[in-house]
Design a protein around this ligand. Sequence first.
Ligand SMILES: Nc1ncnc2c1ncn2[C@@H]1O[C@H](COP(=O)(O)OP(=O)(O)O)[C@@H](O)[C@H]1O
Ligand SMILES: O=P(O)(O)OC[C@H]1O[C@](O)(COP(=O)(O)O)[C@@H](O)[C@@H]1O
Ligand SMILES: [Mg+2]
Length: 460
Amino acid sequence: MTLYLDDLRVRHLGECRYDSPLSEMLTTKQTSPHYVAEGDRVLLEDTVSMLAGHDVPPEQVPSFEAAGPRKKIYFDPSSVTAGILTCGGLCPGLNNVIRGLVQELAVHYKVKRILGFRNGLRGLTSEHRDDTVELTPEHVRDIHNAGGTILGSSRGNQDPDEMVDSLVEHGVDVLFVIGGDGGMRAATCLSNAIEARGLDIAVIGVPKTIDNDLPFTDQSFGFQSAFASAMDFISSVSVEAAASPNGVGLVKLMGRHSGFIAAYAALAANGADIVLIPEIPFALDGPEGLLAYVEQHVRKKGYVVIVLAEGAGQDLLEDADLSHRNGKATDASGNVKLGKIDDLLKERITDHLTAVGLAPTMRYIDPSYAIRSVVANAYDSVYCLRLAHAAAHAAMAGRTEVAVARWRRRFVHVPLSLMTSRRNQVDPDGDLWMSVLETTCQPAEFGVQREGEKVPSGFC
Ligand SMILES: Nc1ncnc2c1ncn2[C@@H]1O[C@H](COP(=O)(O)OP(=O)(O)O)[C@@H](O)[C@H]1O
Ligand SMILES: O=P(O)(O)OC[C@H]1O[C@](O)(COP(=O)(O)O)[C@@H](O)[C@@H]1O
Ligand SMILES: [Mg+2]
């Protein structure tokens, strides 16, 4: 996908006419390695060859608007009502983002009112719209010490017009949607409905996902806390497998379409022999297949440790016509419900090793929700706070239909349409996967890779 400067421009509600309460702090600021001045922009690409590929002057090269406070803002803070909601699956750091938003909006901008909508988009339906929570710095003071979200979350599509009615009824001027790919699509949908009615409401997305599958953000908040938690389960299974005759340690980790959690947790634990992710298809049978490799490992080392992303090998379930394990259904938000590849692997590995006289001891852990319900670690706590600050500044400056993100270590504004234009996936040709191969020593492929299934390399 080729992107041009115009694709990266963000929508403004109008001219910024009010002095920002932060304007004094900004008078002497200019771009430096640690700050991007408000008129400057952050490059989309960061190699000499990529930049050389654009036959345009530097100011025309694709770039993002820098996030951060503006000297002049669009809204008069004293008349602003802000709304906040969290949607989709849980992610470490949700409470930290809520807390950061409330503190910035209340303490610095001194907005009139901050409302939390409960249970995701459901909180904007006519049935639930009055079940709001008044958010004050006092109310959110300690919430970062707990996982989850004090606002609750949900899946399921809601009617955009009904949701806009709720915003109008509560007099919301700026809405913060903390969500994943679904949440960003919902925010886009809301922005469109708001624009169609000619309303002056800013919608700002704060990208959230433990899967790290959102594009145009270096890493999503909570991802690091989640894979750190996953690492402990890999270590446990490795200890168990190593102590068992023909031990097979298998850990299944979340990661519907992207194997980042599996890849990072495996690197962090540094004890995995095999990592299986959705981006790289694998064959079970044949001399190059997974089962032969597992056997070889057990023979040589006495045990094997496998880290499995839940979305890996879904095609194998189809091939085996295991319809009862096959993820054909979708959840309330339209996300595919995955088939149980872990069951297939346990069965096939057990059968194979037994048949070759290496009856295994299977040690299996599915930490499931345990990795995403943890409290944000120190790094994610800082990251969440800074994203929240950037989101508050974007809203007060009248940006809309935009997400705040960290891109190449700078905080930027990304149009929501881009956030949902593609999925961030592990690139089989990228250096992350190369590190996994270097660490595990597993072959680049188990069996022949099918044509057309290789994910295209891209910006992420
Ligand atoms: N295309 C869409 N239009 C409107 N709302 C959507 C769309 N896709 C998802 N949503 C809603 O966004 C919310 C969050 O989506 P979901 O996929 O559950 O989680 P996440 O935001 O973590 O990806 C859900 O309420 C879902 O119904
Ligand atoms: O919460 P549910 O509905 O059980 O869904 C689990 C899914 O949610 C995730 O944790 C993250 O998904 P989202 O961030 O898109 O909500 C996936 O890794 C996992 O497959
Ligand atoms: Mg999602």
